[in-house]
Write a protein that binds this ligand. Sequence first.
Ligand code: RAM
Length: 334
Amino acid sequence: MKFNKILKLLATFIIFFNVFSLNAFSAEMRIGLVVKALGIGFFEAAADGANQAADEIGNIEVIYTGPATTTAEAQIEVINSLIAQKVDAIAISANDRDALVPITKKAMQRGITVISWDSGIAKEGRMMNLDPSNKSLIGSSNIKWAFNSMGGEGEFAILSATSQSTNQNAWIEEMKKEFSKSKYANMKWVDTVYGDDLFDKSYQEALGLFKKFPNLKAIIAPTTVGIAASAKAVEDKGLIGKVYVTGLGLPSEMKAFVKNGSVKQFGIWNPIDLGYSAIYLSYQIASKKFKGKTGECIPAGRMGKICVEDDNNAAMADPFIFDKSNIDKFSKIF
Ligand code: RAM
């Protein structure tokens, strides 16, 4: 009797385990979400959104991956490994617009759907690209936030991510266009430096700017890593009220700096929504419902339809501005 009971228990356990493991490991579609580097809060928020989309669609496994450093070489290794794992789709935020093209072409030749998001790959290396927002709007907004923060006059510098980064380079080009307007005649763009989306390097670059330009009034850092590092440098060097930091940041990482006055205003889009959209688009293309081509409007769950424009390029939403009035609310979300 006792032995029978044990057998029954064992059988129940085996059945339960099988069902459980089937559910957990039998995803119909596997999507590699490749980021510039691991350990960046912005990408971790995007991964949260990616998992939300996967849960909503069902039967999707998101493989969140990326290199330790923000280089194209390291990303090539990551993509090679995803090709070897025979994933269905790869959605990548690229460290280089051109250097990744041969490896992503190889992935596509093997039937893998490839899209870029956040930081794009050149057209021939992906099926579509999802920008977080309109490039020119992001660029002009950054200059406007600097104008507002520094009272429209004085010296400012850019502290960017890597010198090869597709997204930051495109935004800097747009900043140049905006800055050529007469409204900014009393502002002087003195330098552009690169912190490689590494906190320590960005911090050192900010210190370098303070030394080289004793009259510096603002740093524009269009990177979540660079803006937090610059604001910390301003705080540590006792420069609050003298140097203002602005750019693109995560409210959760910038709250303390808005409160202490090293940052007056900054902006960003919702990174959770961006990761969510990247998975939806990958799924729609990998399941052959869409191609990611100009003219298509692709349903993306709670984000509605995302419409593909020129060069198979789409933009998600307008950037949102944060300051003392709303930082508490948003710092709880991302
Ligand atoms: C960093 C990365 C990312 C960029 C944001 C604004 O997290 O460089 O690519 O979109 O900043």
